[in-house]
Design a binder for this molecule. Structure first.
Ligand SMILES: [Zn+2]
Length: 191
């Protein structure tokens, strides 16, 4: 299994100044049951560092092969992952999944189900993985974040060269047939 590299979003110590007033931030224990928070010494603003929500799509082609892309950025440079990326604030998860698939490998996809959701102790990203079918577009490494795209039959998946723990576990669960229905609320824009 590939290591989950420390990502930029895990480096909470990187923040030194208050985003509201520019004052200095200090680590402070506000509640005994919660982690230390960054608190502004000048205005008292508490800088909560939330999880980062990411979506990934495991895309099946007509011939049953799956799409993987090779990462051109760290973490996981040169390793394989299914298309995906971070969800923008206010963007429905399913919209983000379809957008990232199009941006990273050039395919239009239909989402067939939720495979699972992955989170790990001490790590900022929460990864939501969908099963999808290609319905249009042309497979290509169109994105600056990808070195290459390729199709793999399930027995040919490069398990030792996958970028992240969630890549490994998502593919494993997908191939085991795990699917949850995508709720109507999750598929709709707005309320
Ligand atoms: Zn402040």
């Amino acid at each position: 299994m590939a290591d989950w590299h420390l990502g930029a979003h895990d480096e909470t110590h990187a923040y030194r100044f208050c985003p509201r007033c520019g004052g200095e931030l200090e680590r402070r224990l506000l509640k005994a049951t919660e982690p230390e928070r960054l608190v502004c010494l000048r205005c008292g603003f508490v800088f909560y560092l939330d999880p980062k929500i990411a979506v990934g799509t495991i895309i099946r082609m007509d011939d049953e092969r799956l799409v993987l892309v090779r990462r051109a950025i760290d973490p996981g440079y040169g390793k394989w992952v299914f298309p995906g990326g971070y969800v923008d604030r206010g963007e429905p998860l399913t919209t983000a999944a379809i957008r990232e698939a199009r941006e990273e490998c050039g395919l239009d996809v239909r989402l067939d189900g939720l495979v699972n959701i992955y989170s790990y102790a001490g790590r900022a990203p929460v990864i939501i993985v969908y099963a999808a079918t290609a319905i249009g577009g042309t497979l290509a490494a169109e994105d600056e974040e990808c070195l290459d795209t390729a199709l793999f039959s399930p027995p040919a998946i490069p398990w030792d060269e996958l970028a992240f723990r969630s890549t490994h576990e998502g593919l494993r669960d997908y191939l085991a047939g795990l699917r949850h229905p995508i709720s109507a609320a999750g598929a709709a824009d707005g309320l």
